[in-house]
Design a binder for this molecule. Structure first.
Ligand code: NDP
Ligand code: TDO
Length: 286
């Protein structure tokens, strides 16, 4: 297969894609921001023109959920404007675009797991910018895959597991919200799903990929300390007791039925995936 271009090569999913490329027998080219700046249209155009790409996977994003509330222009530039440009540039070259999106496009009011066609209604700037990015991708390139995922964890970059391990070393007691439900998901598993789709022939459209099961942030924190063998007491609190600039959905669990039926991808339980990440971080092997 022709090489795959990955944006955001220094991020969690971008790093995982580079690691998994050889297993799929595909060359993954994953520049960081210095090699491909999504805020710069000439940079995007030049990179798209530089090779005969087999697919483009857009993993670059403005992911600072709280900071986005005070930097909406920056968030929309990377999460909405750039994906539309990527869509137009890939369409012009007959290249499929795989675009990663988020559970935060939903408002959390559903009683159950969200399906792909459920109405979106983001609560904050980050979610709104990602939702606008989805629309840009759909409008710009009919040959697109929008893969929504959630609560990404890995040994790389910033994520909740790394935050917990860091704070847990400094304090014996933590307070973590227990009324936001979601699906913790490994960046490696997302990368595997993306490469399965990119190297296959399934139909374009919007899909969900998360690890199986569900948890609150509090349950996830307790799992992490248990797995790490750390004696940290985690007090369950409500969202009201942990005020943040951005509102987050109370329920952002995603159904993966469509992805399973279309691509035969079977997500493993989040405990297996997150456990692997905790083990790697404790061993310091990544
Ligand atoms: N993290 C999560 O919990 C979730 C993430 N997602 C989505 O998954 C995708 C991947 O997320 P994840 O790997 O966690 O993200 P990270 O925050 O780990 O990485 C984001 C990447 O985007 C890059 N980036 C930011 N601005 C630019 C720019 N102007 N030009 C080029 N690159 C830029 C960053 O580069 P630099 O290192 O230079 O900042 C980094 O490589 C994103 O679309 C995100 O919205 C969806 C659900 C949950
Ligand atoms: C650090 C900390 C956080 N929290 C709460 C705040 C928040 O409600 C929840 C998660 O906090 P974080 O800020 O780490 O996670 P957050 O940045 O909201 O994570 C999101 O990132 C974006 C990119 C996504 O797309 C989402 O899927 C999701 O993964 O935990 C506590 O209750 N106690 C704590 O000590």
């Amino acid at each position: 297969m022709r090489p795959i271009l990955v944006t955001g090569g220094t991020g969690q999913v971008g790093t995982a894609l580079q690691q998994l490329g050889p297993r799929f027998g595909v060359e993954v080219v994953a520049p960081g921001r210095d090699g491909l700046d999504l805020a710069s249209p000439p940079s995007i155009e030049a990179m798209l023109r530089s090779r005969d790409w087999g697919a483009v996977i857009n993993c670059a994003a403005y992911t600072a959920v709280d900071k986005a509330e005070s930097e909406p222009d920056q968030a929309f530039a990377i999460n909405a404007v750039a994906p539309e440009m990527l869509a137009l540039e890939t369409f012009a070259r007959g290249v499929r675009l795989l675009h990663v999106s988020t559970d935060y496009v939903f408002d959390g009011s559903k009683n159950g797991f969200y399906a792909e066609d459920d109405p979106v209604a983001p609560l904050g700037v980050y979610g709104a910018s990602k939702e606008a990015g989805e629309r840009g991708v759909r409008a710009g390139n009919p040959d697109h895959i929008i893969l929504r995922t959630a609560w990404v964890v890995s040994p790389w970059g910033n994520n909740f597991v790394k935050t917990m391990l860091r704070i847990g070393k400094e304090r014996p007691q933590l307070r973590v919200v227990d009324d936001q439900l979601g699906c913790p998901t490994s960046a490696v598993d997302i990368a595997e799903a993306l490469l399965t789709i990119a190297t296959g022939k399934g139909p374009a459209g919007t899909y969900h990929f998360v690890n199986a099961g569900e948890a609150t942030w509090c349950e996830l924190a307790r799992f992490v300390f248990d797995r790490a063998g750390m004696d940290v007491a985690v007090e369950a609190i409500t969202t009201d007791q942990y005020p943040t600039p951005a509102k987050r959905p109370a329920n952002s669990r995603l159904s993966t039925d469509r992805l399973q039926q279309t691509f035969g991808i079977r997500p493993r339980p989040w405990q297996d995936a997150v456990g692997e990440v905790v083990d790697a971080l404790i061993r310091g092997t990544q």
